[in-house]
Ligand binder design. Structure first.
Ligand code: DX5
Ligand code: ZN
Length: 218
């Protein structure tokens, strides 16, 4: 199967959200990645459920919501009601991760967990069978346009080995600093889905960038 591409709306021209969605759809993007930041867990503030709802109401792509917020349990239901098909929370923000994951699934959404660069994937061993996706952060979350952290490759390989044993259906997504150049190595390591902000929306030719990234294969 070809690599799933998830452009991050954060890097789009926010004055023209509708056009950004059309550009992503026309380029064959699979998911639209919504980066939610609260100025607390991460040092930046983005947007909330009303913007996710506007996006969900105007696209055929899977709405993939990445919650970089403290105490995500307080907001998960709102983001699902807004139209998120997938909700990803951070391991670092969830002391009761099992409960949070079951809560997301009880609302009818797919459940994802993300890990920061310094958080080992081994912390996900017990929850892995319950997850639909894991989002490996290949930058420290907070901003688009950062450089891919090379050590992420080994981490993706580790997670790939874990899922073979514990949950072969698990989708491995990778977020941060993805480019046309490194996409192949990231997919070879085990990634199924690549998040791309800058590399897609800031490309001279987003459709060509999408083709290049989606053609990365194992
Ligand atoms: C980082 C966000 C990413 C980011 C991706 O905090 O979670 O989704 O916007 O942007 P690029 O692809 O530019 O690193
Ligand atoms: Zn993200």
């Amino acid at each position: 199967p070809s690599t799933l591409l998830a452009p991050s709306i954060l890097s789009a021209d926010l004055m023209h959200l509708g056009e950004a969605l059309k550009t992503a759809e026309a380029a064959g993007a699979d998911w639209i990645h919504c980066d939610i930041m609260d100025g607390n867990f991460v040092p930046n503030i983005t947007f909330g459920p009303i913007v996710v709802q506007a996006i969900a109401n105007n696209t055929t792509m899977v709405v993939d919501t990445h919650l970089m917020i403290a105490d995500p349990d307080r907001y998960i239901e709102e983001f699902v009601k807004a139209g998120s098909h997938q909700v990803t929370v951070h391991q670092e923000t969830c002391p009761h991760l099992h409960r949070t994951v079951q809560f997301i699934k009880s609302l009818g959404a797919k459940a994802g967990v993300s890990v920061n660069p310094a958080t080992p994937v081994s912390t996900l061993e017990e929850i892995l069978p319950d997850l639909d996706l894991v989002l490996i952060m290949s930058v420290n979350p907070g901003f688009g346009g950062q450089k891919f952290i090379p050590a992420s490759i080994e981490k993706i390989k580790k997670l790939d080995a874990m899922r073979r044993k514990l949950n072969p259906e698990l989708v491995i997504a990778v977020d941060g600093g993805i480019t046309e150049e490194n996409a192949e190595a990231v997919v070879l390591a085990g990634a199924d889905a690549l998040i791309a902000g800058t590399a897609f929306f800031r490309a001279a030719d987003p459709a060509a960038a999408a083709r290049k990234i989606k053609s990365a294969s194992r």
